[in-house]
Design a protein around this ligand. Structure first.
Ligand code: G1P
Ligand code: ZN
Length: 543
């Protein structure tokens, strides 16, 4: 087998974000497109000769083709060994787990997370470092810079590697070890959570439904929830990963996980329902006829963490993204531990966890995690909940209501306006910024604006400053409206409006969130001139 150096031209659009490079499949299928980006990664990460890499993806369309290209390029670029999940499968948290467990140099993860898959849909690639987390901005900037000047890439000429049998083969001078994608991850979960207690709960007749949404967590959930924990066969639904996720949008929220929502709000609803996304890092938690907001879920996991073996020593600290509700802050205060407010995106949590400042972290966007890996982790959150339920022996709803009774309730909702013309979306943000001083101190219905700003974050570990992370309108009673432009949308601009109102009075806790937030939503639309500027009467998705 010989190494070929292929002459190529740069593609100017290969700018990776923290969730990597995300494009439509036909873009990735252009000759040299993926190859250029992979070479730019290899040229930027300075891996020593003979280093070990982890490779796997969420199984979406183009996963297998991409993996063959990456393997041949890794062999031609001096890697000694690649660990690849069987069938090319590794959920994002499992990839993080494998990178850490085997102390590898890093890994390449193929996924476009919760975005749809298929020949005309999304694909993505990112590099994770040896801590198991997404590469830092310094590295992603270097990758982008390389991609702009690339003139050639190296690839091995050779036959494809079989990905379907476990075991070791060689590709040129490099070893390729096909590993069970589930096993290492399942072992880690077994250490963190009391599997015996969960087994007991499930034996007692407690019924659960996990919707894998035809995405990567199907095999993980079947092995862990049905086989190891003994949940009834069929507890995992949509458990076979499909290249197009069965035509669905693999995002676990009330809109896209509607099959599960119907079951959980139906006549014969199980006791617990959950779903995860395309690459397995997001989660949604439901009780019988009851939805747990991700912000509440984070607060609740923190408040109950010592009920699980993995966190029985207590938490070092909690971190939440800025738009996530302040419910976790109240728990942190009660536990007398620090709570960090970071910009949106998982990378900020990684620094805090590597420095030992934080054990649990989460985002309102259905992402929760801990320092067991360096990615958010969907199935981990589900098992954490099951462990708490097994110990407390109360319903999901009862546990959440008790929590609100103790800490107060942070009513919360997010409105997403997807596929907006970029100028209109920027116009809304600019209009708000232009009005900070007029808004400050103004009365809006029953609310008074305390301050407005553009959120800026100074990383307490490395001192780096991230500016313009979202416009905040903060009211004097602790309520908040936040406006942010999405960094992950692939069509036009996505504007997110986050609404939060704190209610200490338990007699109000029964209210529906939309009802409780009605006035705030009116204010949010009014002060931003959103409808006029975007022409949208309604958001695309409400969560
Ligand atoms: C979205 C979420 C954010 C999450 C990211 C990656 O980013 O809002 O919390 O970290 O996906 O899963 P956004 O599109 O808002 O930039
Ligand atoms: Zn994801």
């Amino acid at each position: 087998m010989s190494i070929r150096t292929v002459t190529t031209q740069p593609f100017p659009d290969q700018k990776p974000g923290t969730s990597g490079l995300r494009k439509k499949v036909p873009v990735f299928q252009q000759p040299n497109y993926l190859e250029n980006f992979v070479q730019a990664i290899f040229d930027s990460i300075a891996a020593p000769q003979g280093a070990t890499l982890v490779v796997g993806g969420d199984g979406r369309y183009y996963n297998r083709e991409a993996i063959q290209i990456i393997l041949k390029m890794a062999a031609a670029n001096g890697f000694g060994k690649v660990l690849v999940g069987r069938g090319g499968i590794l959920s994002t948290p499992a990839a993080s787990c494998v990178i850490r467990k085997y102390s590898t140099f890093g890994g390449i993860i193929l996924s476009a997370s919760h975005n749809p898959g298929g020949p005309k849909e999304d694909f993505g690639i990112k590099f994770n470092s040896s801590n198991g987390g997404p590469a830092t901005e310094t590295v992603t900037d270097a990758i982008f810079a390389k991609s702009k000047n690339i003139a050639s890439y190296r690839i091995l000429d050779g036959a494809d590697v079989s990905l379907d049998e476990l075991g070791e083969t060689t590709l040129g001078g490099m070893k390729v070890q096909v590993i069970d994608p589930v096993n290492d991850y399942a072992e880690l979960m077994d250490k963190l959570f009391d599997f015996d207690a969960i087994r007991g709960l499930l034996k007692s007749g407690f019924r659960i439904k996990f919707d894998a949404m035809h995405a990567v967590n199907g095999p993980y959930a079947k092995e862990i929830i049905e086989t190891r924990l003994g949940a009834a066969a069929g507890s995992v639904m949509n458990g076979v990963p499909l290249e197009d996720f069965g035509g669905g949008h693999p995002d676990p929220n009330l809109t896209y996980a509607h099959d599960l929502v119907e079951i959980m709000y139906g006549d014969d609803a199980p006791d617990f329902g959950a779903a995860s996304d395309g690459d397995g890092d997001r989660n949604m938690i439901l009780g019988k006829h009851f939805f747990v907001t991700p912000s509440d879920s984070l607060a609740l996991l923190a408040a109950n963490a010592t009920l699980t073996p993995g966190y029985k020593q207590g938490l070092a600290g909690i971190a939440r993204s800025m738009p996530t509700s302040a419910a976790a802050d109240r728990v942190a205060k009660a536990l007398n531990i620090p709570c960090y407010e970071t910009p949106t995106g998982w990378k900020f949590f990684g620094n805090l966890m590597d420095a030992g400042k934080v054990s649990l972290c989460g985002e309102e966007s259905f992402g929760t995690g801990s320092d067991h890996v360096r990615e958010k982790d969907g199935l981990w959150a589900v098992l954490f909940w099951l462990n708490i339920l097994a110990v407390r022996k109360q319903s999901v709803e009862a546990i959440v209501r008790e929590h609100w009774g103790k800490y107060g309730r942070n009513f919360y909702s997010r409105y997403d306006y997807e596929g907006l013309p970029t100028e209109a979306a920027n116009g809304v943000m600019q209009h708000l910024r232009d009005n900070f001083s007029a808004l400050t101190g103004s009365s809006q219905g029953n609310y008074t604006v305390a301050t407005c700003d553009d959120f800026s974050y100074t990383d307490p570990v490395d001192g780096s400053i991230s500016k313009n992370q979202g416009v905040r309108i903060l009211f004097d009673d602790g309520s908040r409206i936040i406006y942010r432009l999405s960094g992950t949308g692939t069509e036009g601009a996505t504007l997110r409006v986050y609404l939060e109102a704190y209610e200490a009075d338990a007699s109000q806790h029964h209210l529906d969130a939309q009802e409780a937030l009605k006035k705030l939503i009116g204010i949010a639309l009014d002060i931003s001139e959103l409808v006029k500027r975007t022409g949208r009467e309604r958001p695309t998705v409400i969560t």
